[in-house]
Design a protein around this ligand. Sequence first.
Ligand SMILES: Cc1cc2nc3c(=O)[nH]c(=O)nc-3n(C[C@H](O)[C@H](O)[C@H](O)COP(=O)(O)OP(=O)(O)OC[C@H]3O[C@@H](n4cnc5c(N)ncnc54)[C@H](O)[C@@H]3O)c2cc1C
Length: 507
Amino acid sequence: MYRDGARKSIWQEEIRKFSTENDLSQLFDVAVIGGGITGVSTALKLQESGKKCIILEGSNIGYGTTGGTTAHLNDFFDTTFSEVIQDFGIDNARLYAESGTDAISIIENNIRKYNISCDFTRKSAYLFALDEKQESQLKDIVEGAAKVGHEMTYISDIPFPIPFREAVHISGQGHFHPIKYIKGLCDAFIKMGGAIKENCFCEDHDEQENEVILRTSAGEVRAKNAIYATHIPPGINLLHFTNAPYRSYAMAFTLKDDKYPWELGYDLDDPYHYYRIQEINGENLLIAGGEDHKTGHADDTGECFSRLENYVRQYFNVETVFYSWSSQYYEPVDGLPYIGKLPGSNGKIFVATGFRGNGMIFGTLSSQILHDLIVTGKNKYQDLFSPTRIKPVAGFSDFVKENAAVAMDFVKDKLFIEKIDSFSEIKAGEAKVIRYESESYALYKESDGTLHLLKSTCPHAACEVRWNSAELSWDCPCHGSRFNVNGKILTGPTTRNLQKIFPYQKH
Ligand SMILES: Cc1cc2nc3c(=O)[nH]c(=O)nc-3n(C[C@H](O)[C@H](O)[C@H](O)COP(=O)(O)OP(=O)(O)OC[C@H]3O[C@@H](n4cnc5c(N)ncnc54)[C@H](O)[C@@H]3O)c2cc1C
């Protein structure tokens, strides 16, 4: 398996194993934990500055959301400029606007410098309002953008066959193949002497006066600085209370009439739909995404794909669905990413998380911010994106309330978990959380009748996992930890598997 789900994403064919000869007993300058776009970009940037770096990846490079993204490159974001002006002030909103331009320049620069062939293409983007409410949202987006000097122009036509009320054109956007891109970065990193250790899961750290000791599945690794580029840091941290996990769904289609919309498109539904084109093996494919929900909060995740497909079929002449996959992202409580010193660290451990649907940009930007903080001690974005910022914003109480509602759900789950007397009541392909002799279990029956029985309590913060039929995983609705049917970790922040009852495995 090369990705943290049972479905194959459109990028997955390009995922390769990376291995370097590693002397793990040496003291590294920086250990970067996580081999997605954030970890790989940051390790390369630091290695370029002469730092001796190692990437420690729990599975393989591209295993996480970078292997399940859709890779639009935007310099406008899910958190709008108007929202940032209101919550953080106009100067910070201008800085926020710069971050997108800076990140796309870093990507372009890396592609040029290391001659990376990754289908990078500059595109225009179209934002379109489908109803009256969205029209007013669009007006707000455009007004906010104008205040920070970001041009969005009203237009009367869009290159998407979708009836709309109002739309804007935004130039200077782009897209690429994310796995080809990070493969190119890894090659450059290795050529410069960087080390990569795959299948190396980081369980814990010990921050000492002069170094950080990382306890990993491959033994201890020592480094002067450590960076958690794991999308969300492992263990229990303040960041698990200021970020909420969400799933998003993507599908790739061929069209009968060859009328592919060549630009980037976004409606303003909640959750919104997003569109782009990618060529794979000489075939054009329309990638459409949407149907986002909080992790563990959809009764039937398979239905999210049906809804997305039906929606796309309303407007496009769909021939075949070639790929369908889902992946996870994190929503920060105040709308901005957290990039900088890990809360609770004495200054040697850094983190990057809370990217919403803009992680190609903020993961890339993290490489510059974290490089600067480690090498020079300062960066222009350090205060705006500080993981320890305390910013009372309007959404905060809703966020806390929402999490409280999740906690209530667990109590309900415990009380109402289905009672079954015999495992034979479970049908092939079915999964259930069951109560059996006063304990609760996660049970999945394969089509050949093999039963997988696990304790259903997430070892991270003792919440009850829920079945994700689309990716055949047990997902924790609290902080987004995910496990396969054997209880093995797919996605952090947990560092422990779900306890397995049977079938037993020797290792
Ligand atoms: C469906 C979808 C579509 C998206 N589309 C876009 C888009 O169009 N544009 C955009 O800008 N953003 C998009 N995003 C967001 C973006 O893809 C992510 O924010 C980004 O990929 C995150 O990259 P990352 O490197 O931080 O994390 P990841 O890619 O998740 O990498 C983290 C890595 O850390 C490893 N790891 C985790 N824990 C440990 C541990 N304890 N020890 C060792 N290794 C560990 C994992 O195996 C993984 O490989 C999308 C997100 C989703 C879900």
